[in-house]
Design a protein around this ligand. Sequence first.
Ligand SMILES: Nc1ncnc2c1ncn2[C@@H]1O[C@H](COP(=O)(O)OP(=O)(O)OP(=O)(O)O)[C@@H](O)[C@H]1O
Length: 483
Amino acid sequence: MLCARIRNPLREPSCDIVTAALPCEHHPGVTEKSPAVRSSHEGNVSETALEARHLYKVFGKHPNQAVRRLKAGEGRADVLDAGTAAVIDAGFTVRRGEIFVIMGLSGSGKSTIIRMLNGLLAPTEGEVIIQGRSITGASPAELRAIRRESVSMVFQHFALLPHRTVIDNAAYALEIQGAAKAERLSAAREILEKVGLGDWADSYPDELSGGMRQRVGLARALTAGTDILLMDEAFSALDPLIRREMQEQLIELQQELGRTIIFITHDLNEAMFLGDRIAVMRDGRIVQSGTPEDILTDPANDYVAQFVQDVDRARVLTASAVMEPPHLTTPLSAGVRGALRTLREQQTSAVFAVENRRLVGAVTDRAVIRAVKAGTTELRSIVDDSVLTVGPDDLLTDIVERAVETPIPLAVIDENRRLVGVIPRVTLLAALGNVPATTREMPIVQTPIDLVAEFTPLVDAAAGAPGGASAPAGGTPGEGGAR
Ligand SMILES: Nc1ncnc2c1ncn2[C@@H]1O[C@H](COP(=O)(O)OP(=O)(O)OP(=O)(O)O)[C@@H](O)[C@H]1O
């Protein structure tokens, strides 16, 4: 299985990209991880493939009036008399080479957004910018050119031409672009190989299964050679197993071909698995955008939190998202006695041995005691170097098995074998079960009755103190008394 973190080179860039939680430029109330801030040595290369700025779409009699009222603070339901607000002030930036997912329940406005992104629908207000060019106000001919050259679409119901062979379907977009037959067939054949349909080139769509037909749809969009692919619920009609296969294949293809993909889905698990970043929509608005881990671990509001409750966390969270700092370590240079001291102080039965922060292995209490008895002082000879390790980018789903096998926490090591964290089994279980792994201070239970306040007036009254026996009738115990 591919790792969600490392599959996109743009997501884990090799040079100084600063990522910080910032308010989204277009939505001060919506937070997203900041767009990559590139170091100056990369030059001013635009990494933005597509941008949506303050998009509104209202269907109905008075769309502009509805937008004015929405801006003034009225809600979607309030402006129904003027029209249906399908999209309200949606803004996002899609970076080149990423999979950006727009996720929301039926009616939340996803399809309307995607139709505005490829110019099939004009926004009531706002702007769509594709590769630096605004398509708002573009002529029909310009829009056709943009769709031909920059943006391809993959539909839920494949939209294949039934009387054409698989290869002719896959080559169709190039045919429209006017490419010579030999050129388009060769390009289509290459892509068909990549999607696993090389042997089916001469078949017809009705000879294929649903998953295979969707592969042809995907091949057609990829053959077109556009940088941006819009995929509208592209896998929703497929059986669950085929669907998962397609999701995995899409990530592989995206990694290989580096296209920019905007993927629409109502399925949060799919969004979490595919998305480098996700925009969550509700009632026409984007309510949160961020990486899958951001959304899972820090939902912006109760709506998103409820949504993520049922997410298959093992497919989204990585080792680095759940690991704990490695406290139970002993340097090799501390020798057997040093290891013994750490084991006793930490009251544990095994510690990790490290050398220059690099993991050497684990040392158990038994081995240490035997070594002390035998008069051994050097630690390396008793280190067990077969400890199970995982990488920071490994998905939990891929490490659960190893966690079950090992009696000590899993060691998380980076590419230089540096011990960057540990995952005790309890931490893994807590993360999978969405239980907070942190512990809090125990609250101090308040004494139910303030005995001093209760009894002082009675004692005072018995002693004849002023204000005691003469306390007003109905006064609460303690009122007017000493505290
Ligand atoms: N042409 C139209 N005329 C009037 N209302 C529309 C039109 N298209 C969409 N809507 C309304 O806009 C809202 C958003 O619809 P949209 O299809 O964009 O949502 P969606 O999230 O894609 O839902 P689904 O997954 O069901 O397609 C809905 O209330 C829908 O009824």
